[in-house]
Design a binder for this molecule. Structure first.
Ligand SMILES: C[S@@+](CC[C@H](N)C(=O)[O-])C[C@H]1O[C@@H](n2cnc3c(N)ncnc32)[C@H](O)[C@@H]1O
Length: 285
């Protein structure tokens, strides 16, 4: 292995973040994914390159393979500059959380409320089956898990995102429209429901976006916005592209955008670090 190859491998910001984590803890791929917020194939690709130059070793531990930072032969100091620099705040918090979950794993999503067979996904199917099928525009799809869930119960789901890859990942049967939240590619009065789940905080002018969403709704149609209450985690700006650190009054934004019968309430308080609070606001055109 040449020194040039070693520095080429080090010269990637995501690989450096992963390596910095592995100087602190031995981690499985799923744990690195959770802390770094990147997909499995991306993590595996970076690990393969780090392993290729001897910066990472792998150890089998039951069902998992765990990875740790290593010093390539003859390169005694090379890990120091990643090991000595503090982790970015978001990574440090996420790492703490992953390690705490390792200590006391809880059944998915329901913690101490655990009942055999109950999950948020099963409950979501139950609740969605109780509402009449609608035409829904889901703006900002992320992993697409929510979009896919809606599609199982809706008359039509239109998925909007500026990320073509996010749209491509969606299952068949969902209408994909590449576009922005600022100028959503929706026709006048095209849908019964507009959903903005953890997406509104990404736009600079939320009221302008809400006004555009209102135009896409039929009379009596609803908007549902799930977003964060005000918080101080500035790392979400550079790491996740948030333009707002939560919203102090989501209901007031909906009212300003012309919605009526507006309601807004806290629907989830996460007790685990970084402890975000989720607000649900609903408005009617
Ligand atoms: C956190 S994810 C949404 C999560 C998803 N709605 C859910 O509840 O699981 C945010 C999504 O919004 C998209 N996004 C962010 N800003 C955007 C913009 N200005 N226009 C279009 N899409 C945007 C991102 O590409 C990403 O897919």
């Amino acid at each position: 292995m040449s020194r040039a190859e070693l520095f080429r491998v080090l010269g990637d910001p995501t690989r450096l973040r992963i390596l910095a984590l592995l100087t602190r803890e031995e981690l499985a791929v799923s744990e690195i994914q959770e802390v770094a917020g990147v997909g499995q194939s991306t993590v595996s690709g970076h690990l393969a390159q780090l392993k290729g130059v001897g910066l990472v070793t792998a150890r089998r531990d039951g069902a998992h393979t765990r990875y740790a930072a290593a010093t390539p032969e003859g390169e005694g100091n090379v890990l120091r500059f990643v090991a000595d620099a503090p982790l970015p705040e978001g990574d440090a918090i996420a790492l703490q959380r992953v390690l705490a979950e390792r200590e006391s794993p809880t059944p998915e999503g329901l913690g101490s409320d655990y009942l055999p067979g109950r999950s948020w996904e099963a409950l979501a199917h139950l609740l969605l089956s109780l509402v009449p099928p609608m035409r829904i525009a889901d703006l900002g799809v992320g992993t697409g898990r929510l979009t896919a869930l809606l599609a199982g119960h809706a008359r039509q789901v239109i998925a909007v995102d500026r990320d073509a890859a996010a749209l491509e990942r969606l299952p068949a049967g969902i209408e994909r429209r590449l576009g922005t939240l600022e100028e959503p590619p929706l026709g006048e009065r095209e849908v019964d429901l507009v959903l903005l789940s953890q997406a509104l905080h990404c736009v600079a002018d939320p009221v302008a976006t809400l006004r555009r969403c209102r135009e896409a709704l039929v009379g009596g149609g609803k908007i549902a916005v799930l977003d964060l209450a005000p918080h101080t985690h500035a790392w979400v700006e550079h790491r996740l592209g948030h333009a707002h650190l939560g919203f102090a009054d989501l209901g007031a934004l909906l009212t300003e955008a012309g919605f009526h019968n507006v309601t807004s309430r806290v629907v989830h308080v996460d007790r685990r670090s970084p402890a975000f609070t989720t607000v649900l606001a609903i408005g009617v055109r």
